[in-house]
Design a protein around this ligand. Structure first.
Ligand code: GLC
Length: 745
């Protein structure tokens, strides 16, 4: 679509200050201000990450008012379990096309916030507890979407990991944790896919609102990562419009009926805001008018429905299967649970889609089997007489060869805007599962939920469990495809299923109190926590079964540089069905000691499709970041010299193969000061070897002995110099400090 671009500086040059300011705050809920005589058109935006919520006449940011019928694809919680960036690309492309068909220029997704706690009400809208997996899927999604000409909006930047008090809460996070856990998905998407926009989060980070945080929006996002697009606010996230522009925010959404425009103009006129900052943001907002497509974009909703179905089927995780799935068509099947008839297939809030259609399992299953008896088992709103419903379900199960129970969370149990307080299923559902399993020859449970649900209290009573998350409008058909064996399940958990909420990393620090939430677990989020502390879980990150069996062999890790390596492995399908396996490579640097390291960090993965009886060779690169930690003194990534365990994981816990490699790593010569410790002076790679020759002192020589240094090592060098008295000259000390800076070597 034509429109002024950044290069039309002549058009911009004629804009008045007020016209420029009007471009930095939305015209209404979904559009920006046009300036016709400057050839600047309005830019239209719309939710959401798993389907368009296009409101073409006004609307709201929370999904209360109607929107145009669109395809409801599986939300991120499902796509995250597909471990398939190429699939994410296809979904992104389809969403881009549907957005363009409504005249939408920017689709507000993907959501890539890390799942810090399973209680977060919005986890359905995010991919994973792991930043590598979230980033890889987000890159795929953005590339797909932007290949159509529509723009994406990666959100919510940053450390927006709860819904409680989300508009004000301050996420208290140390820099290393931000860099290693909460930033990398955004960083990778910016560097590899250049999203048209980044949406800043509502919350504060260490006391500073994300919408007015120059370190976040300028230093990190632009200077370090090279982001070229526009930073837009989450809806209503701006508190000080002029301060936000100064900090690097380009567009406030939605508009504020002129108040923000007046504040920006006044700030410039008062000399409190540099007009160059306004011009910078104007150029970025105007650049968005270059998005869109020439002419009308047609949408094949049948093809999109088929894609939604295939995506859903590839995302389902087979958690447990004791000689039960897939079912045979002629079996007498009791289908239990209202979700089988009334599927829950998406989350609540701004991402909620007016789905063009939806398929329930019960309908889809009749295409596979003629002997199905249905019993609701429970009411979705938890009211009504569950005992009668349970009795009917037990009766149906007693007449069956297998019972398939649909359990999970109702729409009201989780949503944007609030968090959960438990991970357990409703008690009535647990009672139903146990009662049915007590009479059915075989019992399968299919779960529908956004945030993780606990399996305790019924897990051992049943024979098979499928994790169906929220699967979009075709989810019912996709579950039938897996249950009856049309599709071989290939999903893997993108989030740990813990035994208890008390075992989870954020427990005790979620959702915080009195306006602050402390990320006390630091980098040990998700599986990092359980693996490092040896805490058992019900099912680990990366877990998932198949109707096939896979064997890996020939696992090798070849060091290819000071801080890189190549992994090779052969994956063999030893089963009778074509299927897919996910090669997962974890690094364990926990023995290196410099800083606390996790016993597992996912550093490479690939989903491979292997025909029955066939084999595929996989080669994965471990780059520098696969071994690095963020050093808060150097403000940079550092690879510690030493040994690293490289693990081929069946999941984050189960080891298929492993080896240890030695890396040269980085020779870090930290500048020595009088505040540096004696140990740092003696261990310094340049100063250490010459220290005792330069400072001739028997006392210092005695201090250098291992047992003495163990006691004195933490003393600041100034104290050592004081103890040495006249036996050390200031010149010698200055010379040595200069040498630590690389001077005079
Ligand atoms: C909401 C959400 C954001 C959404 C926006 C517009 O509050 O946080 O994800 O895109 O507002 O609806």
């Amino acid at each position: 679509m034509s429109g002024a671009t950044e290069s039309d500086t002549s058009a911009l040059a004629v804009l008045t200050l007020e016209q420029k300011a009007s471009l930095l705050s939305g015209r209404d809920t979904w559009t920006t201000q046009p300036i016709e005589d400057a050839g600047i058109r309005s830019v239209r935006m719309s939710d959401g990450p798993n389907g368009l919520r296009a409101q073409l006449n006004g609307g709201d940011a929370l999904g209360f008012q109607p929107s145009e019928p669109s395809t409801c694809f599986p939300p991120a919680v499902a796509v995250g379990s597909s471990w398939d960036p190429e699939l994410a690309t296809k979904v992104g492309e389809a969403l881009g096309r549907e957005g363009l068909s409504f005249g939408i220029d920017v689709v507000l997704g993907p959501g890539v916030n890390i799942k810090r706690s399973p209680l977060c009400g919005r986890n359905f809208e995010y991919y994973s507890e792991d930043p590598l997996l979230a980033g890889a899927l987000g890159v795929g999604y953005v590339r797909g979407m932007q290949s159509t000409g529509a723009g994406a909006s990666v959100k919510h930047f940053a450390a927006n990991n709860q819904e409680t008090d989300r508009m004000r809460v301050s996420s208290e996070v140390d820099e290393r944790t931000l860099r290693e856990i909460y930033f990398p998905a955004f960083e990778r998407i910016v560097k590899e896919a250049q999203p048209a926009t980044v949406m800043c989060a509502y919350n504060r980070i260490n006391g500073v609102y994300s919408s007015e945080n120059p370190w976040l929006l300028k230093d990190v996002l632009r200077t370090e990562w090279g982001f070229e697009g526009a930073v837009i606010s989450d809806w209503g996230a701006v508190h000080r419009p002029a301060g936000a522009v100064a900090a690097g925010l380009d567009l406030e959404m939605p508009g504020t009926r002129g108040r923000s425009i007046r504040e920006i103009v006044a700030a410039v006129e008062a000399g409190d805001l540099d007009e160059a900052e306004v011009d910078r943001s104007v150029a970025r907002v105007v650049k968005l008018t270059g998005l869109g497509a020439e002419g009308k974009v047609a949408v094949d909703f049948d093809a999109h429905h088929a894609l939604a179905r295939a995506t859903a089927a590839a995302s389902i995780v087979l958690l447990k299967n004791e000689a039960t799935l897939p079912l045979e068509a002629q079996m007498r099947i009791a289908v239990v649970g209202e979700f089988a008839r009334t599927p829950r297939f998406q989350g609540g809030g701004s991402s909620h889609v007016n789905a063009v259609r939806s398929e329930a399992f019960l309908d889809a299953a009749t295409a596979h089997s003629a002997s199905i008896e249905f019993a609701a088992g429970f009411t979705l709103d938890g009211r009504g007489d569950d005992l009668d419903l349970r009795g009917a379900a037990v009766a149906a199960a007693s007449r069956s060869e297998v019972a398939v129970i649909f359990a999970g969370l109702a729409e009201s149990d989780e949503s944007e805007g609030y968090d959960r307080t438990t991970i357990e299923l409703p008690a009535s559902q647990i009672a139903l599962i146990r009662a049915v399993a007590a009479v059915a020859p075989k019992t399968v449970v299919v779960l529908s939920h956004g945030g993780v649900v606990g399996l305790e209290g019924w897990h051992d009573d049943v024979d098979a469990i499928l994790d169906g998350f929220l699967l979009g409008q075709a989810g019912g058909a996709a579950i039938a495809d897996v249950v009856f064996g049309v599709v071989n399940p290939s999903g893997r958990l993108a989030e740990t299923i813990p035994l208890r909420i008390e075992d989870t990393p954020a427990f005790g620090n979620f959702p915080g109190e009195q306006g602050h939430v402390v990320y006390g677990e630091r980098t040990l989020v998700g599986y990092r926590w359980y693996a490092t502390r040896g805490i058992p879980v019900r099912y680990p990150f990366g877990h998932g079964l198949s109707y096939s069996t896979f064997r890996t062999s020939g696992f090798t890790v070849t060091v290819t540089g000071d801080d890189t390596a190549t992994v090779r492995v052969t994956v063999e399908n030893t089963g009778t069905r074509d299927g897919a396996h996910v090669v997962q490579v974890y690094v364990d640097a926990s023995a290196l000691g410099t800083v606390q390291r996790s016993a597992r960090e996912l550093r490479a993965f690939r989903k491979v499709h292997v025909p029955a009886g066939g084999a595929v060779e996989v080669e994965l690169e471990l780059d520098r970041r696969g071994f690095a930690y963020w050093d808060v003194d150097l403000h940079d990534w550092v690879v510690t010299p030493g040994s690293y365990r490289v693990i081929l994981g069946r999941d984050a816990f189960a080891v298929d193969a492993e080896t240890t490699i030695d890396l040269v790593g980085d020779r870090i010569n930290r500048e020595l000061t009088m505040g540096s410790t004696a140990q740092e002076w003696f261990e310094h790679s340049v100063v250490g070897p010459v220290l005792l020759d330069t400072i001739q002192s028997d006392l210092l020589r005695a201090m250098a002995q291992p047992e003495a240094l163990r006691m004195l090592g933490s003393l600041p060098w100034q104290k050592i110099v004081n103890l040495l008295g006249d036996s050390v000259s200031r010149d010698d000390v200055d010379t040595l400090m200069a040498a630590s800076r690389g001077e005079g070597c």
